[in-house]
Write a protein that binds this ligand. Structure first.
Ligand code: FE2
Ligand code: FE2
Length: 198
């Protein structure tokens, strides 16, 4: 699985696999922090949605652990800017919770649908190259889809805030992924799209 000569070159699949693990692990950590901040606020403001948020946070904790455990065999290391993900997630969670209960769900919808798109690219790339990781990500993706569905169902109405916030949070999530991979997510996306078509 690991190519000993493979630490150089953007096209080395092992490098891409390490970057996938790194960004997914960091992203799950960010998600834990988003839900954590929202739970903190929701306990005071909208206690009825706390159990649903806690359940999703539990899933993210699981995902984060699973990605961490998949790292050593692939010589991957956690993201160097985890504090950045931590703070970004926490601030996003607090701000959306202040905006009201629908904002919480719009945030979840935006993050989970952006994540879903990245996972789709990854699955296409990994299918032949790392079947074990492919299975792991496919399983996790099912749970992320359940989060997405829950967020969609929970919104009372979809007005202006949905139209405005969805693309903003989606773009922020993309930006976080882009920054934490030092811009590599762009070429990864192109690479994975190309690999998917092969
Ligand atoms: Fe997750
Ligand atoms: Fe999720």
């Amino acid at each position: 699985m690991v190519n000993p000569s493979g630490s150089s070159g953007m096209r080395d699949p092992d490098v891409t696999i390490r970057r996938i693990l790194k960004v997914n692990h960091a992203g799950e950590f960010g998600a834990i922090r988003i839900y954590g901040a929202q739970i903190l606020m929701a306990r005071r403001l909208f206690p009825d949605i706390v159990p649903a948020l806690e359940e999703m946070r539990e899933d993210e904790i699981d995902h984060c652990r699973l990605f961490r455990e998949a790292m050593p065999a692939r010589r991957a290391k956690p993201c160097r800017v985890m504090a950045f993900w931590s703070l970004g997630g926490f601030v996003l969670g607090i701000l959306t919770a202040l905006g009201g209960r629908d904002m919480i769900w719009i945030c979840t919808e935006a993050v989970e649908s952006t994540v879903h798109r990245h996972l789709e690219d990854q699955l296409a790339f990994l299918k032949e190259r790392d079947p074990k990781l492919h299975v792991l990500i496919a399983t996790i993706q099912e749970q992320e889809l359940a989060h997405l569905r829950k967020a969609e169902e929970s919104q009372k109405k979809r007005g202006l805030s949905h139209a405005l916030l969805l693309p903003i949070v989606g773009a922020l999530t993309d930006l976080m992924i882009w920054l934490s991979t030092w811009g590599d997510s762009s070429w990864m996306r192109a690479e994975m799209a190309r690999a998917g078509k092969e």
